[in-house]
Write a protein that binds this ligand. Structure first.
Ligand code: SF4
Length: 349
């Protein structure tokens, strides 16, 4: 996958112009180092716990699962291998630009740093994006992120997600630094923000305890508990067949007419991707509507910028079908029509 990307972006026609925040670096191969991780380096990651593992250890929603991480660290083969997406590659490619933008915006200096491992607990390790150096506060940890529009705005509105916070605190714990920063770029909108974060020793103590307990399970078992098979995290888990097996499909009764058709793969994956975007957009619309409602307050109607917003109480009458069925079953039957639809339901197997 990476080889393909490398060939296409090395083509002269698509090489980006020298970015002004990279004085003297136009000739450098701009692929981030993370995109070039070898199998040996990936195996190296299995030898300990890094910053991006913490949200899994703590089962943090929306993606974290300690059992999933346990499968990964103990070398279980994935039933449904994770494919590196173009968005993941974009994040890696843009890491240098995010770091350079951070330097430009803050006037601070950064430098690359190799992996760090705690001497007393060699399973505790970290690979930070950059070390912030040369300032009065002493060295700090810099994590560079790229996000799409929705997450970028959510992050501006609600602050950092738990997975980011845990990652940065773990970086401070292993390096011994007392502060850190997040640099976040929304590439399509070409907007950038950065946050400073202080070391939180209380949070670090909790993380350290949870990570130590988890590592004992990696070394000696048993595997951490499963999540409920109906949990959304299980639906796309690369280890879902090994972990949940038939429980995932327990709610599907009839499999007598199921055919296998690999030709649907591309369209199915596009559909699932679009559903994710739709769910995120619906969430944002609801949040914005609540904010608007708060701003409008008790006013029944408001005009603004060529629009009129009505926000009045509206009376609606609905039949209580559950009660009707319980109290007047013959009437309910009499006025119930049977219609046939063909809903598309997709389950993970
Ligand atoms: S299937 Fe669910 S419980 Fe099992 S490892 Fe995956 S996310 Fe965790």
């Amino acid at each position: 996958m990476f080889e393909i990307a490398n060939k296409s972006i090395n083509h002269k026609a698509v090489r980006p112009p020298a970015f002004p925040l990279f004085p003297g670096r136009a000739g450098r191969n701009f692929i981030g180092e993370k995109a070039m991780l070898t199998e040996a380096q990936l195996q190296e990651r299995k030898k300990g716990i890094g910053g991006s593992d913490l949200h899994n250890i703590l089962n943090e929603k929306p993606y974290g699962c300690s059992r999933k991480l346990w499968y990964d660290k103990t070398g279980q083969e994935q039933d449904h291998p994770v494919v590196t997406t173009s968005l993941m590659q974009r994040g890696n490619v843009l890491e240098d630009i995010v770091a350079a933008w951070y330097v430009d915006a803050t006037g601070r200096k950064v430098r690359r740093m190799g992996s760090r491992i705690r001497k007393s607990q060699p399973w505790a390790r970290v690979n930070i994006d950059r070390a912030i150096v040369g300032g009065e506060r002493g060295p700090g940890v810099l994590e560079c992120k790229t996000h799409g529009r929705e997450i970028f705005y959510r992050l501006k509105r609600d602050g950092l997600p738990a997975s980011h916070v845990l990652q940065l605190q773990w970086g401070m714990f292993v390096t011994g630094y007392t502060w850190g920063s997040f640099a976040v770029l929304w590439p399509d909108g070409w907007q950038f923000i950065h946050f400073d974060v202080e070391r939180d020793d209380e949070m670090i103590a909790l993380m350290f305890k949870a990570a130590g307990d988890f590592w004992k399970q990696v070394e000696n078992g048993p595997a951490p508990h499963r999540l409920d098979p109906k949990d959304k995290r299980c639906q796309e888990c690369p280890f879902r067949t090994t972990c949940q097996g038939e429980l995932l499909l327990a709610s599907v009764n009839d499999d007598s007419d199921v055919e296998t058709d690999p030709s649907l793969e591309k369209d199915l994956n596009e559909f699932l991707e679009l559903k994710k975007i739709q769910a995120e957009a619906t969430d944002l619309v609801k949040q914005k509507q609540n904010e608007l409602a708060e701003l409008i307050g008790s006013r029944p109607a408001v005009e603004c910028d060529g629009h009129r917003i009505y926000y009045r109480p509206v009376e609606t009458k609905r039949i209580d079908t559950r009660r009707l069925k319980a109290e007047k079953p013959e009437l309910y039957e009499k006025y119930t029509n049977v219609s046939v639809s063909r809903p598309m339901r997709i389950y993970s197997t």
